[in-house]
Design a protein around this ligand. Structure first.
Ligand code: PMM
Length: 293
């Protein structure tokens, strides 16, 4: 599929400054958790998290994604109040400073409070499957909603037939449920959920065949940043994968390729590399189009 082909749905209703951006967007990750796999414990207090979010925005993040609950395999679920306590001061502080904020949550109550405090996007790794109230909230709020593919709480890589076909079908099922609950198509962004019960062998086809996922007709968000399958590309001689903090160059390479393949947004920890990579991809793609004329 031609990455420059307009999507059936979109652009999603974003704040004015973002709607006009003609390139892949960069979402900076801000996990206000003690236990996320890469940045857990670094930014889990508002007095550290807000400056970190502002720094990510200054580095070139178009959106800051604030999450209060780790989705790391084996992480214990926290209560709604604890998630609210972690997330809301940071969402409010960043939104007040003029940053476009996304909230990474599976709970409708947390999403609603975040929207009331200035968030403009809800990012749900369960695509509405965890909290039955989520779809109704998104429908009434009318905001952009990132619906990610996952298969429940499974930690280990799951069994797939053809992984791209399976993920596309299962995302399609979630889309149907969301639309039936009143969510509008133009609110939706889809995400294949790299690393969520998926092995390296599962993740690569999802990236290589992004056009098939784009075929669902919605903008795509890609979250490869620092994930294990990137660390495994360059293991030490004893077979130990590169540490998460050493996976940013590989992440930037994924950003460039995903952006050139038509991704709407990449979700990353290190923003500087991806901010460059999305611009390289945009210039490359535009030059290819001019040549063809
Ligand atoms: N990955 C994580 C958390 N939230 N949200 C979306 N939409 N896509 C992802 O791939 C995704 C996500 C886990 O990574 P983290 O612990 O570094 O945030």
């Amino acid at each position: 599929m031609d990455p420059s082909r307009p999507l059936d749905h979109g652009p999603a209703p974003l704040p004015g400054s973002l709607t006009s951006v003609a390139r892949c967007l960069v979402m900076g990750i801000l996990n206000v958790t003690p236990d996320s796999f890469s940045d857990g414990g670094e930014w889990d207090r508002p007095d550290r998290a807000i400056p970190r979010g502002l720094a990510l925005a200054a580095d070139g993040a178009d959106i800051i994604d604030v999450g209060g609950e780790s989705t790391r395999p084996g992480a214990v679920r926290i209560g709604a109040q604890q998630e609210l306590d972690r997330v809301i001061p940071v969402v409010a502080g960043l939104a007040e400073a003029g940053v476009a904020v996304s909230v990474d949550t599976t709970r409708a109550s947390v999403a609603q409070a975040a929207l009331e405090h200035g968030a403009v996007i809800v990012n749900d790794v369960s695509a509405g499957a965890v909290d039955p109230a989520m779809a109704g909230l998104i429908a009434s709020a009318g905001v952009v909603y990132v619906a990610m593919h996952s298969r429940g709480a499974s930690d280990a890589p799951d069994e797939y037939g053809d992984v791209v076909t399976d993920v596309a079908r299962e995302l399609g099922d979630r889309v149907a449920a969301l639309l039936a609950a009143g969510v509008q198509g133009h609110q939706l962004v889809l995400d294949p959920g790299l690393g969520f019960a998926k092995s390296g062998a599962n993740n690569w086809p999802l990236l290589a065949r992004l056009d098939e996922l784009r075929g669902l007709g919605y903008p795509l968000l890609i979250g490869a940043s620092r994930k294990r399958f990137l660390g495994a590309l360059r293991s030490t001689r004893t077979g130990v994968p590169l540490a998460p903090s050493l996976r940013d160059n590989a992440t930037t390479a994924v950003t460039a390729l995903a952006a050139a393949a038509g991704a709407w947004c990449v979700r990353v920890h290190d923003v500087t590399g991806s901010a460059d990579a999305v611009r390289v991809a945009a210039a490359w793609t535009a030059a290819g189009r001019e040549d063809a004329q």
